[in-house]
Design a binder for this molecule. Structure first.
Ligand code: TNX
Length: 762
């Protein structure tokens, strides 16, 4: 077995292997570099390549993965889950607020407004775009798009009114009474959020069919968000998502009042936006399949298989698609931040520009060939990044690199212009550049000689980001990147150390800081950077990485290098003091509060530099839209609550005992809202989202099986005859006396179900 590159490995028969006849088998054993824990650790995407034709791969059909039964792995058992779920008490529906995320101020009154087909939308002229959006949103519920008018004819209507005076940016006021629905705001965006709250107020099953009338409870709501920057990052590079799926994500973001889509559209394994003047970016960079040399397309990473025409690894948005996406986002008051990941994690762009180079060299046009080249062809440097590529870092000493970045930036800027969508920043990555790069590149060595102030290859980093910063400023944009953009490598007592780089700290650079890994020593990095003057978007791996597996179960997919992330992690995150609520390390072991003694805390000045929160979904394991929705939902709702709702009392309460009680109350309310209002809504909204239905917790108590679920409102069904539970199986209403193997499944409003829980009652 050997490593090819990146995540690609191969098994090669050695002399003496002989021949495999139909029906025969061979056994291959190997020891992996890391322990395996869940299904995502298994090798995947197997196919066959014959030595005499490396250009073609053959799918070898299905395979099975046998679960690991390791009692020492600390898996989440039915009993452990049962104990966790005890905090999810079922509380009366009437006590639940009917708007989510929690508004700043909310009151319910007796009475209701009936929305029916006669309802009109009466809008101030400055809110006609929002009025049209609201009418479109109501259409599937009523079977007809409501009539929009700018004159109030006294009929039963939904009013969109402009407040006089200085309403703050995104604030709105919503009143529902027996005869009127009124949304007031100073700005279109406020009206837009008032509309989301109105949708939230509708009975959750309103989206399941066309209704003659829909009852809206009487309320008064005054609301505005806690953070101005409420972001979701989606990686469409590792695996692609279609335009339709991206639009579904935008709808979801709008519903939960998120306003920034950070689009990670380029990485080692893909480039997903067409740049017409650089066609290889997508003709080579947006396709994956069997290839020995990445000349025509990229390798078959992440289980994509050998055929570039049938792979979740292939696909891109045409220029027209992307403009359409930007318009769609803009109508929902969502800004899209494009990310050109560089100088590392840039293999797709590098290989695409190599292909362009080859094309022009064949024509004998060396000058044009070199115009956008991203690597020094004489570079002998040896390196391997965390994702095991040895050829994925751009050479920052080449002028052609800046020409490329400028070119792509200008093309993107033009697309935003055509879409009429705002663009304030471009994110230039900065992630994971391994040691060893640039060291044996003649071009880099020349540059270092010309710039004596740069003391070695490490310092080329500042050179690169300094130039990008100026490039952005010249285009009236600010620079965004991962935390490395604001870090300086140095040493303390001979040990490697990263400090906030004083050189760039007051340049309005926005850092999306992910590394607060508990146990790696940089737990306080987001706070140190904010204290030093960098604008910080909290993107913490500990709580906000949605691609991390929900929990430690063999069948639960996803990475877990940064811990396990279920909906509680983003929900209990305390943005200004997350040490206070860090409950476990990345292995799921408890951490004591004392662990954080000596770590830098966020100063008031630092606080003013925290721009907001970001949830992130990396897509190495996301093969297709259903997998995306499974990892995203319902975790996204925990993060949406934290980004929009006021700072909760349990976060600020100093007394640990009181804080815990307050938290448990808040959690109970939250899980009831999710289970009884948001999941039923999402089961049908936009034809339904494929959120994860949690598995049942179960334990033997006094000789009977007791069962429970994370979200009250979902139902549990079981069998005691060994069969898989179905919709016809017995509904769980209380302890089960049956003996033997009990199998339980959780069902949602649309009758989708969870994986099965098995427990024995002896
Ligand atoms: C780390 S955190 C990455 C990504 C991976 C992700 C998987 C960061 C900026 N980089 O390249 O996709 O982990 O969880």
């Amino acid at each position: 077995m050997d490593h090819v590159n990146g995540d690609i490995f191969r098994l090669v028969p050695q002399p003496g292997f002989g021949e495999l006849k139909p029906g025969q088998s061979a056994r291959v054993e190997f020891v992996s570099m890391e322990p395996a824990l869940n299904i995502s650790d298994a090798p995947s995407g197997w196919y066959l390549v014959w030595d005499d034709n490396l250009q073609t791969g053959y799918n070898i059909g299905g395979y099975t993965i046998t679960p690991i039964r390791d009692s020492t792995a600390g898996y989440l058992t039915a009993e452990k889950l049962f104990n966790q779920n005890k905090l999810s008490r079922d509380i009366p529906d009437a006590t639940l607020p009917k708007i989510f995320p929690t508004p700043a101020s909310y009151r319910e009154w007796p009475g209701e407004f009936i929305i029916n087909r006669q309802v009109r939308i009466v809008s101030d002229t400055s809110f006609l775009s929002e009025a049209d959006y609201l009418a479109d949103e109501l259409k599937p519920l009523l079977g007809k798009k409501p009539f929009i008018s700018t004159v109030n004819s006294g009929k039963r209507s939904i009013l969109l009114q402009k407040t006089t005076g200085s309403g703050s940016g995104e604030a709105y006021h919503l009143t529902v009474s027996g005869d009127i629905i009124r949304i007031e705001a100073a700005n279109p965006v406020g009206i837009f959020y008032g509309i989301q709250s109105l949708k939230s107020l509708l009975p959750p099953l309103s989206w399941s069919a066309v209704h003659a009338s829909i009852r809206v409870p009487a309320v008064t709501v005054t609301d505005s968000p806690r953070f101005a920057f409420r972001a979701f990052m989606l990686d469409i590079a590792r695996n692609f998502q279609t335009k339709d799926e991206l639009m579904r994500v935008l709808d979801l973001m709008a519903l939960y009042k998120l306003n920034v889509l950070h689009l990670h559209f380029s990485d080692d394994e893909g480039w997903r936006i067409e740049i017409p003047s650089l066609p290889e970016l997508t003709s080579v960079g947006a396709r994956r399949g069997q290839t020995p040399d990445s000349r025509n397309f990229l390798p078959a990473s992440f289980a994509g298989g050998p055929d570039p025409d049938h792979s979740f690894g292939s696909g891109y948005y045409t220029r027209a698609d992307f403009i359409e996406i930007l318009r769609y986002a803009n109508r929902r008051h969502i800004q899209v931040i494009p990310e050109i990941e560089s100088p590392g994690h840039a293999r797709a762009a590098i290989k695409a520009m190599d292909a362009r180079y080859d094309r022009f060299m064949k024509e004998g046009n060396k000058e044009e060939a070199e115009r956008y080249l991203l690597r020094d062809i004489n570079d002998q440097s040896e390196y391997r990044g965390p994702q095991l590529w040895n050829d994925n870092v751009i050479c920052v000493a080449l002028p052609s690199v800046y020409r490329f970045m400028g070119k792509v930036s200008d093309e993107l800027i033009a697309m935003y212009g055509e879409a009429g969508a705002p663009l304030a920043t471009i994110h230039f990555g900065g992630d994971e550049v391994p040691a060893g790069v640039w060291e044996k590149s003649p071009v880099c060595q020349d540059l270092l000689r010309q710039h004596p102030e740069l003391q070695g290859a490490d310092d080329l980093w500042y050179y690169y980001y300094g130039k990008l910063d100026s490039m952005m400023k010249a285009r009236k944009l600010y620079l965004s990147g991962w935390e490395e953009v604001g870090l300086r490598k140095t040493k303390l007592d001979g040990q490697k150390q990263m400090i906030p780089n004083p050189g760039f700290c007051n340049n309005n650079i926005h850092l999306h800081v992910w590394n607060n890994m508990i146990g790696w020593g940089n737990e306080d990095l987001p706070y140190r950077l904010a204290n030093a003057g960098y604008k910080v978007v909290l993107s913490c791996v500990s709580n906000q990485y949605f691609d991390l597996s929900y929990n430690k179960t063999f069948d639960e997919p996803g990475y877990y290098w940064g811990g396990f992330v279920d909906i509680d992690k983003p929900f209990y995150f305390i943005p200004y003091d997350y040490y206070k609520n860090s409950k476990e390390d990345r292995r799921g072991n408890p951490v004591a509060p004392a662990y954080f003694i000596g770590k830098d805390r966020l100063t008031d000045y630092g606080k003013s530099n925290i721009v907001g929160l970001e949830g992130l979904l990396w897509s190495e394991n996301i093969l297709g839209p259903e997998k995306l929705e499974y990892m995203l939902l319902p975790k996204l709702l925990g993060m949406a609550e934290r980004a929009w709702a006021p700072d909760p009392d349990w976060a600020t309460e100093k007394d640990p005992g009181k804080s815990r009680l307050l938290y448990e109350q808040a959690w109970t309310q939250f899980v009831n809202v999710i289970g009884k209002r948001e999941l039923p809504r999402l089961a049908y909204y936009n034809n339904g989202f494929h959120y994860r239905v949690p598995t049942a917790g179960a334990a033997v108590v006094d000789g009977k099986i007791n069962a429970n679920v994370q979200f009250p409102g979902l139902t549990i069904r079981y069998t005691s005859n060994g069969e898989e539970p179905t919709l016809r199986s017995t509904l769980y209403t209380g302890p089960i006396a049956d003996k033997g193997v009990i199998r339980l499944k959780v069902f949602d409003a649309r009758e989708r179900s969870s994986r099965t829980t098995e427990i024995v009652n002896k």
